[in-house]
Design a protein around this ligand. Structure first.
Ligand code: S3P
Length: 429
C-alpha cells in the first residue's frame, strides 16, 4: 500500500483501546470467580487470541457491541485443553498466561503460535515459574511450543534480569496462588498495568521502589474494567501530526499512566508540540489508569539522547523515535535498547534497514541506533517484515516524506490497531 506525502493533517480521533490492558483484563476476568465487564476491549488479532485462549481454558466470554463480559473459572480451576493454546502473534499472551497456568495443580498446557512467536524467548518466564515449583519445558530450552505443568506454588523473591513488564506480570499472576507473599525486583521501572488492575481486584499489592510484592489471594474481585486509549497506537498519529507541516490534531482518551508515556516526554524534549495532562511519576502504586486528550501540532524538532532507564517506558515507540530523528536537527541516539532485538522483528535491524531504504542517515549499534537528522526523508519502499509497528511507522513516514512510501505488509497493523489505515486517511484533507 502506498502512503503519499500529505499536505497537512487535521481533525480529531479517538485512540484505539489499549492492547496491554485488554490482555490483562481478559486474563484477570478468566481468573476471577464473578463476571468481569470490560468496556472498550480492543478487538485486534492479539487480543482476540487472548479471548480464545481463556475460552479454551473454561471461561465464558460474551462479546456485546459495547462490552465484553468474561465469566471466569476462578484462580485454580482452569480446564486442561486437549489442543495446544494458540497465542498467534501475541508475545504478551505467551508470557503472561503461563503465570496463571503454573498454579493449575496436576494439569498440563501447551502454548504455541505463529512463526514469529516461535522466535520470542520464554526462558525468562520459565526460570521463575520453575523456582515457584511448576514444571516448564520450552523448545530448545528457550522457545515455543512451551509446556507448563501446574503445581502447588511457592512464594519467591525474584530479581528480573531485564526490565520486562511481561515477565514481571507472569510472576505476579503466579504469585496469586502461591503460599505467601512474592516479591519481584526490576532493574528499571516498566509498565505497571498488572499491579494497578490487581489492586483494583482487591489483591494486596505493595510497591517499594523497584520492588513489587503481591500477597496470595483466594479470589479476584473485579467487577468492571474500562480500557483507556492505547498511547502506543496514539503515538503513530501524534508523530504524523508533528512531522507533516501545518498539521493540528486532537487525539482523545489516551492512557497517560506514566510508565507508558516515556515517548511523549522524549518528544517534548525534542521540542515537539504535544499538549496533554500526562501523569507524573508516582512513588506510590496507583489503582486507576488516567487518560488525557492530546493536542498535537507540527513544529521543528531537535535531536536527543534516549538513556537506558527511559527505554522500558517507551519500548514500543522507539521505532518512532528513529523516524522523528530523521527530521530533527542534529543527532538522535537510543542506548540500552537491546531488548528491541527480541520483538516481533529484530527492531534494531528492521528499523535501521527500513529507514535507510527511505533515505535516512541511520546506523545500528548493538543496543540501539544513531540517526543524523536531515530535516526530511525522501521515501521509497519499506518491508514491514510482519511487524505491525514497523508497518505503521512506514505509513507515517510516507505522509511526511517528499516522495511517498510503499509499505509491504501493512495488514500486520491488525495485530494492535485494525482501523489504522482508515484513521490515518481520515486526517488527510
Ligand atoms: C508489554 C510489555 C513489553 C512491550 C509489549 C507489551 C506488556 O514487552 O514491548 O508490547 O503488555 O506487558 P516486554 O515485557 O518484553 O518488554
Amino acid at each position: 500500500m502506498r502512503f503519499e506525502p500529505a499536505e497537512r493533517l487535521s481533525g480529531q480521533l479517538r485512540a484505539p483501546p489499549d492492547k496491554s490492558i485488554s490482555h490483562r483484563a481478559a486474563l484477570l476476568g478468566a481468573m476471577a470467580s464473578e463476571p468481569v465487564r470490560i468496556e472498550r476491549y480492543l478487538h485486534a488479532a492479539d487480543t482476540t487470541a487472548t479471548l480464545e485462549a481463556v475460552r479454551v481454558l473454561g471461561a465464558l466470554v460474551e462479546e456485546h457491541p459495547d462490552e465484553v463480559v468474561v465469566r471466569g473459572t476462578g484462580l485454580r480451576e482452569a480446564r486442561e485443553p486437549e489442543q495446544p493454546i494458540d497465542v498467534g502473534n501475541a508475545g504478551t499472551l505467551l508470557r503472561l498466561l503461563p503465570g496463571w497456568l503454573a498454579a493449575q495443580e496436576g494439569r498440563a498446557f501447551v502454548l504455541d503460535g505463529d512463526e514469529s512467536i516461535r522466535r520470542r524467548p520464554v526462558d525468562r518466564i520459565a526460570e521463575p515459574l520453575r523456582e515457584m515449583g511448576a514444571e516448564v519445558n520450552a523448545h530448545g530450552g528457550r522457545f515455543a511450543p512451551l509446556e507448563v505443568r501446574g503445581a502447588r506454588l511457592r512464594a519467591i523473591s525474584y530479581e528480573l534480569g531485564v526490565a520486562s513488564a511481561q515477565v514481571k506480570s507472569c510472576v505476579l499472576l503466579a504469585a496469586l496462588a502461591a503460599d505467601g507473599a512474592t516479591t519481584v525486583g526490576e532493574p528499571a521501572r516498566s509498565r505497571d498495568h498488572t499491579e494497578r488492575m490487581l489492586l483494583r481486584a482487591g489483591v494486596g499489592v505493595h510497591r517499594n521502589g523497584r520492588h513489587v510484592t503481591v500477597v496470595n489471594a483466594d479470589e479476584l474481585l473485579l467487577e468492571r474494567v474500562s480500557v483507556p486509549g492505547d498511547p502506543s497506537s496514539a503515538a503513530f498519529m501524534v508523530v504524523a501530526g508533528v512531522l507533516v507541516p501545518g498539521s493540528r490534531l486532537l487525539i482523545a482518551d489516551v492512557g497517560v499512566n506514566w510508565t507508558r508515556t516515556g515517548f511523549f516526554r522524549i518528544l517534548r524534549r525534542m521540542r515537539g508540540i504535544v499538549l496533554g495532562d500526562l501523569e507524573d511519576e508516582t512513588g506510590e502504586l496507583e489503582a486507576e489508569e488516567p487518560t488525557s486528550d492530546l493536542d498535537v501540532a507540527h513544529g521543528a524538532l531537535e535531536g536527543t539522547v534516549v538513556e537506558p532507564e527511559e527505554v522500558p517506558l517507551t519500548i514500543d515507540e522507539l521505532p518512532l523515535v528513529a523516524l522523528l530523528g530523521c527530521f530533527a536537527e542534529g543527532e538522535t541516539v537510543v542506548r540500552g535498547a537491546q531488548e528491541l532485538r527480541l520483538k516481533e522483528s529484530d527492531r534494531i535491524a528492521s528499523v535501521v534497514e527500513g529507514l535507510r531504504g527511505l533515505g535516512a542517515d541511520i546506523e545500528a549499534t548493538p543496543d540501539g541506533f544513531a540517526v543524523r537528522g536531515r530535516g526530511a526523508l525522501k521515501g521509497g519502499r519499506l518491508d514491514a517484515r510482519g511487524d505491525h509497528r514497523l508497518a505503521m511507522m512506514g505509513a507515517v513516514a510516507g505522509l511526511a516524506s517528499s516522495e511517498g512510501v510503499e509499505v509491504s505488509g501493512i495488514e500486520s497493523a491488525a495485530v494492535s490497531y485494525p482501523s489504522f489505515v482508515e484513521d490515518l486517511a481520515a486526517l488527510v484533507p
